[in-house]
Design a binder for this molecule. Structure first.
Ligand SMILES: NC(=O)c1ccc[n+]([C@@H]2O[C@H](COP(=O)([O-])OP(=O)(O)OC[C@H]3O[C@@H](n4cnc5c(N)ncnc54)[C@H](O)[C@@H]3O)[C@@H](O)[C@H]2O)c1
Length: 339
C-alpha cells in the first residue's frame, strides 16, 4: 500500500493498494455521516458494487446506477440523481461515493459539490484514466449541448481509494486510454521515463502519475499557470476527439494530439530532430495509430471552438523533449501550419 498526501485548498490522502484491505482503515473513518450514496455505472456495478457495499459497515447505503459512457455526463442525469438523493433523504451530513471511471467521477463529484451546497465525497476510480488523472485535482463537471465539461466546479474529495487490481477487467482500448495520460506525464516531468512505458508496472506508474499531478495541482489548483502543463496533447487531442464524434477513447486522442504537439514543437524550432524522433518512437509504444483522417483546416476550426481558445490565439503546450514542456501563447495558425 502507498499513500499520497495532497495539500490542496483541502488536505486529503490518496491510497493506492492491491485490493480493498486498507479501505476500512484508510477511508471508512473519513466518510461523513451515516448515509452514503454510491454512484456507479452499469458496467462497474455488477463487477464491484457488492464488495464496496460490504465495506461500508454501519452505513445506510443507497445505490444509483447510470448508463455507462460519456452521454450520461449530462444535465438530465445530474438532475435526476440529485432528485433521487433528496428523495432518499441524504442530508448535508451524508457522503457521495463515486465508483467508476472519469464519467462517474466527474458527475458524482459535481453532485457532491452542489447538493445542499456541498456534502462529503469519496472517489473510488476504476478505470486507469481515472486512477492516474481525473480522480485527482478537484475538477468536477458535466457536459452541455454546447460542449464537454462546460458546467462544473473545483471541489476536493475527502479521500481517494485506488485498487490497482480493478484495471484487470478493463478492455484493451480503455487500458490504452489511461496509458495515454500516463505517457503525457513523461513530457512534463522526469519521474516517468520511456523505459517505464517499455516495462510497465501499473502500480508504480499510477503512483508516479499521481505524484506528478499532485505537485502541479498544489502549485496551481485553479489552472491559472502551471496546471496548463497537464494539457499537453489535449488542445489538438480534444479537437480530434470531437471530429471522431467520440468514437475513439480520450487517451487515444491525447496520444494523437501529443504526436501533433511534438511535430509542431519541432517545426517551430523548440525541439531538435533527434528528440522529435525519440518522442515519436515513444508514442508508438502505445500501439495507437498516430495520424488522423482529418485535414489541418478541419482540426483548426474545431480547436478554435475549444473553451480554452482565446480568439485566434491559444496557450499551447509545446515540448523541448522529455520532461521539458513549454507553454507559449501562439496563433492557432502557427500550430496548425506546422502540423
Ligand atoms: N476531472 C478531470 O480532471 C478529468 C481529467 C481527465 C478526464 N476527465 C473526464 O473523464 C472522462 C473519461 O474517463 P474514463 O476514460 O474513465 O471513461 P468512463 O468513465 O466512460 O470509463 C470508460 C469505460 O470503462 C468502463 N469501466 C470503468 N472501470 C472499469 C473496470 N474496472 N472494469 C471494466 N470496465 C470499467 C466504464 O463503464 C466505461 O464503459 C471524460 O468525461 C473526461 O472528460 C476528467
Amino acid at each position: 500500500m502507498k499513500t499520497i498526501k495532497v495539500n490542496a485548498s483541502k488536505k486529503y490522502e490518496i491510497t493506492v493498494d492491491y485490493g480493498f484491505e486498507s479501505f476500512k482503515t484508510q477511508v471508512l473513518p473519513l466518510i461523513k455521516g451515516d448515509t452514503v450514496a454510491v454512484i456507479t455505472d452499469d458496467n462497474v456495478e455488477p463487477l464491484y458494487y457488492s464488495e464496496i457495499e460490504s465495506l461500508l459497515e454501519g452505513k445506510k447505503v443507497y445505490k444509483f446506477v447510470i448508463k455507462a459512457g460519456e452521454e450520461s455526463k449530462n444535465a438530465q442525469t445530474y438532475i435526476s440523481l440529485v432528485n433521487a438523493l433528496a428523495k432518499s433523504g441524504l442530508s448535508r451530513k451524508s457522503t457521495v461515493i463515486g465508483l467508476g471511471g472519469g464519467v462517474v467521477g466527474d458527475l458524482s463529484a459535481f453532485i457532491a459539490s452542489t447538493y445542499m451546497r456541498g456534502i462529503g465525497y469519496v472517489a473510488i476510480p476504476t478505470s486507469l484514466l481515472s486512477m492516474v488523472d481525473s480522480s485527482v485535482g478537484g475538477k468536477t463537471g458535466i457536459d452541455l449541448d454546447a460542449g464537454k465539461n462546460l458546467l462544473g466546479t473545483f471541489f476536493q474529495p475527502d479521500a481517494v481509494y485506488i485498487n490497482v487490481n480493478l484495471i484487470k477487467t478493463l478492455n484493451k482500448r480503455e487500458l490504452t486510454s489511461g496509458l495515454g495520460e500516463i505517457m503525457k506525464y513523461a513530457f512534463i516531468d522526469n519521474r516517468i521515463t520511456p523505459s517505464d512505458i517499455e516495462n510497465i508496472d501499473y502500480f508504480d506508474l499510477i503512483v508516479k502519475s499521481l505524484e506528478i499531478k499532485r505537485d502541479i495541482v498544489e502549485r496551481d489548483e485553479l489552472e491559472s499557470g502551471d496546471r496548463m502543463l497537464l494539457n499537453f496533447g489535449h488542445t489538438v487531442g480534444h479537437a480530434i476527439e470531437k471530429l471522431y464524434n467520440y468514437s475513439l477513447s480520450h487517451g487515444e486522442c491525447v496520444i494523437k494530439g501529443m504526436y501533433y504537439a511534438v511535430k509542431s514543437s519541432y517545426r517551430l524550432g523548440f525541439m531538435s530532430e533527434e528528440d522529435k524522433n525519440r518522442a515519436i518512437e515513444f508514442l508508438k509504444l502505445s500501439g495507437v495509430e498516430l495520424s488522423v483522417d482529418f485535414s489541418k483546416e478541419e482540426i483548426l476550426s474545431v480547436m478554435k471552438s475549444d473553451k480554452k481558445a482565446d480568439g485566434d490565439t491559444v496557450n499551447f503546450v509545446f515540448s523541448k523533449g522529455f520532461a521539458k514542456p513549454l507553454i507559449k501563447k501562439v496563433l492557432f495558425s502557427d500550430v496548425i501550419g506546422s502540423l
